[in-house]
Design a protein around this ligand. Structure first.
Ligand code: ZN
Length: 162
């Protein structure tokens, strides 16, 4: 092998392992790396998202969602898992794309902070090996939120304020 060939081989090896190292760093970061799908992007937006003529919000979501969400937050004003009042998302236990008829059904809603919305409510198997994904959902989201509370010695969740 020529000297240039050996040098090229070494450079290729460095580039390969560099890429592997960068990939594992990115993979180990917070689970909230997957961007929100459009039908979920209604948690921090204002009435500018309402299409006046159709009365609909983004991605087919109902114009009633904003008031349904506000009513729900009076009952569940904190994250079900960690009690946070920051970056709250109102989660659909049965997701909007799975059953659009339950979009505004109060019994289908649960409050999560942004991290637990993704990390608990959209983790298909809770503590299991599967990773969270916006296209998956946790059928035991509320139970798993309460499991998280017990694990972190948080008191029982109180509805409708402190
Ligand atoms: Zn939380």
């Amino acid at each position: 092998m020529t000297r240039a060939g050996a040098l090229l081989l070494i450079l290729c090896a460095i580039a390969f392992w560099g890429a592997v190292a960068v990939h594992s760093l990115v993979k180990d970061r917070s689970p909230s790396v997957e961007p929100l799908p459009e039908y979920e992007q209604l948690e921090s937006v204002d009435s500018a998202d309402l299409d006046e003529s159709s009365g609909q919000l983004k991605a087919g979501r109902s114009g009633k969602w904003r008031s349904v969400r506000a009513e729900h937050l009076k009952v569940q004003p904190r994250c079900l898992a960690c009690d946070s009042t920051e970056n709250l998302n109102v989660h659909h236990l049965i997701p909007f794309p799975v059953d659009p008829d339950r979009e505004n059904d109060p019994s289908n809603l649960a409050t999560f902070c942004r991290d637990h919305h993704y990390g608990i409510a959209h983790d298909p198997d809770g503590d299991g090996p599967e990773k969270p994904s916006w296209s998956a959902y946790n059928k035991n989201a509320v139970d798993d939120a309460f499991k998280y509370r017990r694990k972190h010695n948080l008191p029982e969740y109180t509805y409708g304020g402190k």
